[in-house]
Write a new protein. Sequence first.
Length: 252
Amino acid sequence: MLGEAARAAGYRLIVRDEVGSTMEEARRALDQGEPGDLWIVARSQNAGRGRHGRQWGSPPGNLYASLLLVAPCEPALAPQLGFVAGLALHDAAASVVGISSPSLALKWPNDLLFEKAKTAGLLLEGESRAGRLSVIIGFGVNIASCPDDTPYPATFLKQQQPRASVETMLAALSTAWVARFAAWSQPGGFGPTRAAWLERAAFLGDTITIRLSEGPVSGRFTGLDPGGRLELETEAGRRLIDAGDLYFGGPR
């Protein structure tokens, strides 16, 4: 069930036993004229995916959810919703598990880490139809299990808090989203959102490697610019990066 604040704000919920992916279910709902502010949750997925179309295992016991928003903002501002969603994810996990920063941290651009192990991720997709922007935010949270064949450490919430559940995480996440989205929607709201995200950022000030389409680039992660791009101090000077895969440490 959604949190009380989410229900009061008009958000609705659809729960499915099994779907290909909640992202595709949200897109199908949009095709059918869905007006938005809709959470779609599945107990399992058989075609879950992450960034760049990567397949994502989705066994029962974890949270698989997508939030469909219709006309939430101007198209140019849509990428900022990834930071809003990340903060909501961090808030919710901290509430459910009782652990916060620095043990719980946000890895640019879209992961939640506990002690540097991936615990959750999100995926942001947008499209314009008839001049109106729609955004789908997909959340995947490891609650009862995590993949064991990943190239990076992973963990799940029940290892830290045995009482963690899909239900408690969904209620906390939907509640946190309402608060974070409302704060961001205020004039100048991305400034405080950006500051709050940086307070929870993993590897800030450390040497990192970003894998880009043209190849990897390494440098010191110094912050986010006012538009949300990652700031990287490299040997060749400062670079601003819109998107990429972040790895901790030097070149690889």
